[in-house]
Design a protein around this ligand. Structure first.
Ligand code: RTP
Length: 147
């Protein structure tokens, strides 16, 4: 079953949005497979955002991510990578549709509350980076035809 890596960024944790965000993924029908509150250091944040190292906003982005605890999660379900990105909304909250997390809770692209993997392959890499200890092996007791 497909998995994605979702991270509530420091602004989302500090604003008390963790429960609201978890609730949106749960109500959609996805299964929570990993969850931890963690403050990462600069080398770790740089590794997570390595693909963006040439961008002018890279330094500020890394500073933001290390500024406080983040809520790192693994969610599982059919098409969870693509659907998760839809639930999150466009990168720039000025363009995120109402009803999406960023559309409802963010204003500034530099404080956009949440990260979600952009592809199945990057999800695999990000889950390995953030959860080197592995994640819980459990199946929801719901029948397979219920999402
Ligand atoms: P994320 O990785 O956080 O889910 O975001 P994304 O895929 O939607 O966007 P990406 O292009 O990968 O950018 C990563 C994060 O960098 C910050 N950003 N700031 N112009 C700017 O100041 C700017 N552009 C991007 C955002 O926090 C974005 O989520």
């Amino acid at each position: 079953m497909e998995q994605t890596f979702i991270m509530i960024k420091p602004d989302g944790v500090q604003r008390g949005l963790v429960g609201e965000i978890i609730s949106r993924f749960e109500k959609k029908g996805f299964t929570l497979k990993g969850l931890k509150l963690i403050t990462v250091d600069q080398p770790f944040a740089e590794k997570h955002y390595a693909d963006l190292s040439a961008k002018p906003f890279f330094r500020g982005l890394v500073e933001y991510i290390v500024s406080g605890p983040v809520c790192a999660m693994v969610w599982e379900g059919k098409n969870v990578v693509t659907t998760g990105r839809k639930i999150i909304g466009a990168t720039n909250p000025a363009e995120s549709a109402p009803g999406t997390i960023r559309g409802d809770f963010a204003i500034d692209i530099g404080r956009n509350v949440i990260h979600g993997s952009d592809a199945v392959e990057s999800a695999r890499k990000e889950i390995a980076l953030w959860f080197p200890e592995g994640i819980a092996e459990w199946q929801s007791s719901l029948h397979s035809w219920i999402y």
